[in-house]
Design a protein around this ligand. Structure first.
Ligand code: G6P
Length: 294
């Protein structure tokens, strides 16, 4: 069976050996295994902390959590009762359907609408659909946000919080040179709100990094010796590069010891300002993660 529905998760299996696993909780992709040219044996491509809670009690530390409708602590008045990064990553989604299932790709669709627990903190008319597609060397995630109101606009932020499994002391992300960014590691609010311009041709995360690049290239190479992952996006104008290092990582209860040495978060999203959807319309944000075949 190329799509297996287990108790609290869905497993996609591609005929050529790649697999992906999603929790219904948060629609969080917690594993993506794919081979490369040098080694056709499928290997894990996403970091998942061994201390991550997978029982639905806390957003998952690793994989691909979905950030919606706010990035970071809420700043929009309509989001005031939400926690950091919103609710999409910490609500149970429904498995709606298998979209495709053939030699080319295996794809499922999950959905989330207003439930009593969401309405209690976010009383807006919306519908989310999330399509995850697995191919031999590729994983695509598409988030569809529909404004189901007939009268009011819907303002939101959204982001895919990809934990790419990579040696943090060697990995480089590019191209980000000359792009304006906001450095959230700055100590003061003034410092955090002051735009900087990226001077590096290759961005590393050897020190604590939390940078929000605005209007970026929408195509990123995440490379380390002998391996890499490419991320192509559409509808997602910004990208966040994050690695807490021990400075912030050692304070996280669900981060495994030294876990920050094993990943870089490359997080495409629309998080600077808010995106507005007219009543009855749908917005789509998409990313395609591909193993760089070397
Ligand atoms: O700990 P979390 O709520 O999962 O957030 C983890 C990180 O997400 C993003 O990368 C933000 O830019 C960081 O500021 C934040 O620390």
């Amino acid at each position: 069976m190329p799509v297996q529905r287990l108790d609290n998760r869905v497993v996609l299996i591609h005929p050529k050996g790649a697999t992906a696993e999603l929790l219904l909780y948060g629609a969080t992709v917690i594993s993506w295994k794919a081979g490369s040219r040098a080694n056709s044996e499928p290997a894990e491509r996403l970091f998942l902390s061994s201390k991550a809670l997978l029982d639905g009690s806390k957003a998952v530390r690793g994989g691909i959590p979905i950030v919606f409708p706010c990035f970071g602590p809420p700043t929009h008045p309509e989001h005031s009762r939400l926690s950091q990064h919103g609710f999409a990553r910490s609500e149970s989604w429904e498995l709606d359907s298998t979209v495709t299932d053939n030699d080319d790709g295996v794809s499922v669709r999950l959905t989330l609408g207003p439930t009593p627990s969401i309405i209690a903190k976010y009383n807006r008319s919306f519908h989310l659909a999330y399509v995850v597609t697995l191919q031999e060397h590729q994983l695509s995630t598409d988030l569809h946000v529909t404004n189901t109101s007939t009268s009011d606009g819907l303002e939101f932020q959204a982001l895919f919080h990809n934990y790419v499994l990579a040696p943090a002391d060697e990995v480089l992300v590019y191209p980000l040179q000359n792009i304006m960014y906001y450095d959230k590691t700055e100590a003061t609010e003034e410092g955090r709100n002051k735009p900087k311009v990226e001077s590096r041709s290759n961005v590393d995360v050897r020190k604590f990094t939390d940078s929000v690049y605005e209007d970026a290239s929408q195509k990123y190479e995440v490379m380390w010796p002998g391996e890499g992952v490419q991320i192509r996006t559409s509808g997602l104008k910004d990208v966040v590069i994050w690695n807490p290092q021990s400075e912030a990582g050692s304070k996280m209860a669900d981060m495994e010891d030294g876990g920050w040495k094993k990943f870089v978060c490359v997080e495409p999203g629309c998080v600077r300002g808010f995106t507005n959807i007219e009543p009855g319309k749908t917005w789509v944000g998409q990313q395609v993660l591909s193993v760089v075949l070397m």
